[in-house]
Design a protein around this ligand. Structure first.
Ligand code: CP
Length: 313
């Protein structure tokens, strides 16, 4: 099977075969980024625009680095100095980027569906770097990649996601991604932080952290998204941390092979204790490294360049 899609908007839209192509391509790029010379000419002459209308550290920087490692030209757009502040619509801004012959637009936006609107109206490739509560597909792909680096297969693994699932685009992408790849997925949170009817997507719900993580091979923690309009849906942050935070004491009671993941940014002392975040079972910084390889793979695949060309020095 070869890659045919122009855009990457949602894990929901990807087949298992398409997910596998991205993971296989990322594996080759992971080898590349560990070499002394990390740059290839795969996207020479192409231009990638980064348009982040919400804050980001990991996703924006790793997309910029990924594009540069592939020799693309990179345009960083600052929303506060763009003509969006003068009333230009998102689509008109994007049409201007296309008029400048930009090949790929990587966009983060607070509204679900924003990336899809651009994908439907432009010839340029659109990559969704997070849209509201909807999806964050590249985060899910780097999570799948990281688990596979540490476990032989995803099929049959027990994974538990703990935290503010209601507001989390990472959780939504991972629900699609992990279940498509055959993972037994449990979601754990307070009832107020779980979307209604989410179990219809083939996941188990557990409100008790100890029970939810008892047999987990992988535990993914999520922060409370204080910046969202509905804010904290819990009596207090301290109480939330007591009930749903992963402490070093609790971790000691689990399978010592259980892996700890978090998409970042982490809120130490709330959803994760420092000893857990920095401990030997934590893959948090491996996730960041793998994000670079996965984003190189996605930029390369969406460019439509033949396989083989992308790895040539
Ligand atoms: N995981 C993630 O999306 O992090 P950033 O918000 O820093 O990009």
């Amino acid at each position: 099977m070869i890659w045919t899609k122009k855009d990457l908007i949602a894990i929901k839209d990807l087949s298992v075969e398409e997910i596998q192509i991205i993971l296989d391509t990322a594996r080759a790029y992971k080898d590349l980024i560990l070499r002394p010379i990390k740059k290839v000419p795969a996207l020479r002459g192409r231009t990638v625009a980064l348009f982040f209308l919400e804050p980001s550290t990991r996703t924006r920087i790793s997309f910029e680095l990924a594009a540069k490692r592939l020799s693309a030209d990179v345009i960083n757009m600052n929303p506060s100095t763009s003509s969006q502040t003068k009333g230009e619509s998102l689509l008109d801004t994007a049409r201007n980027l296309e008029a400048l012959k930009i090949n790929t637009i990587v966009m983060r936006h607070k509204h679900a569906g924003a990336a899809e609107i651009l994908a439907k109206n432009l010839k340029a490739s659109i990559i969704n770097a997070g849209d509201g509560f909807h999806e964050h597909p590249t985060q899910s792909l780097l999570d799948l990649f990281t688990i596979l680096e540490n476990k032989k297969t995803l099929k049959g693994l027990n994974v538990t996601i703990v935290g503010d699932i209601l507001h989390s685009r990472v959780a939504r992408s991972n629900i699609w991604g992990l279940t498509k790849m055959g993972v037994h997925l449990t979601l754990c949170s307070a009832p107020s932080m779980l979307p209604k009817d989410i179990e219809k997507l083939g996941v188990k719900i557990c409100y008790d952290l100890k029970k939810a993580i008892k047999n987990a091979d992988v535990i993914q923690l999520l922060r409370i998204q204080f910046e969202r309009d509905s804010g904290i849906l819990f009596p207090s942050v301290k109480e939330y941390g007591n009930l749903y935070g992963l402490s070093a004491e609790l971790l000691k009671q689990l399978n010592p092979q259980a892996l700890i993941m978090h998409p970042g940014p982490i809120n130490r002392g709330i959803e994760i204790a420092s000893a857990v975040a920095d401990g030997p079972q934590s893959l948090i910084l491996d996730q960041v490294t793998n994000g670079l390889a996965v984003r190189m793979a996605i930029l390369f695949l969406l460019s439509g360049i033949d396989e083989g060309e992308g790895m040539r020095k």
